[in-house]
Design a protein around this ligand. Structure first.
Ligand SMILES: [Zn+2]
Length: 166
């Protein structure tokens, strides 16, 4: 998760910065297969979330879409798109840091990774290094609100640690 946090911080290195979310994928033997970060702004691509970047790189490397025997670490609870991609890629285990109150599709809003109706389910470990993952996002949104001026967003939205898809 420390590596995923390192990746997340890299998302801040360009202008406009991306929401700092990072992910890394390991195989069963503990080898690092791919690392990635949210690049939605950098690439102008709505699907360029950290998890998707990592799955794409690892599948390219492996030469196959099927990524069984892998464990994905990501700093923020995956959204519906990414949770769906993790199921489709047959990833074994998901470890995430902060919960996403608005878009979380693993425990918060949906439970896509453990839904018994789907043909693949993941082992999920939630809240690993939750605090640094959450604080990184909170600091980012606080700084962005400061820059954009207050009052542009509804107050209740400002309370949320993640506004990744807004
Ligand atoms: Zn996502």
């Amino acid at each position: 998760m420390l590596l995923a946090l390192e990746e997340a911080r890299l998302a801040l290195d360009h202008e406009p910065p991306d929401v700092p979310v990072g992910a890394v994928l390991f195989d069963r033997e503990g080898r690092l297969l791919a690392r990635g970060r949210n690049r939605r702004e950098e690439r102008g691509d709505p699907t360029a979330h950290a998890e998707i970047e990592v799955l794409r790189d690892a599948a390219r490397e492996r030469g196959h879409w099927r990524l069984d025997g892998t464990i994905l670490y990501v700093t923020l609870e995956p959204c519906a798109m990414c949770a769906g991609a993790l199921v489709n890629a047959r990833v074994d285990t998901l470890v995430f840091g902060a919960w996403d109150k608005r878009f979380g599709a693993v425990e918060t809003i949906y439970e896509l990774c453990t839904d018994p109706r789907l043909n693949h389910r993941l082992d999920v470990r939630a809240g690993v290094l939750e605090e640094p993952c959450r604080v990184l996002l909170q600091d980012f949104f606080r700084a962005r609100r400061g820059k954009n001026g207050r009052g542009k967003k509804k107050k209740q939205q400002q309370q949320q640690p993640s506004e990744e898809q807004t």
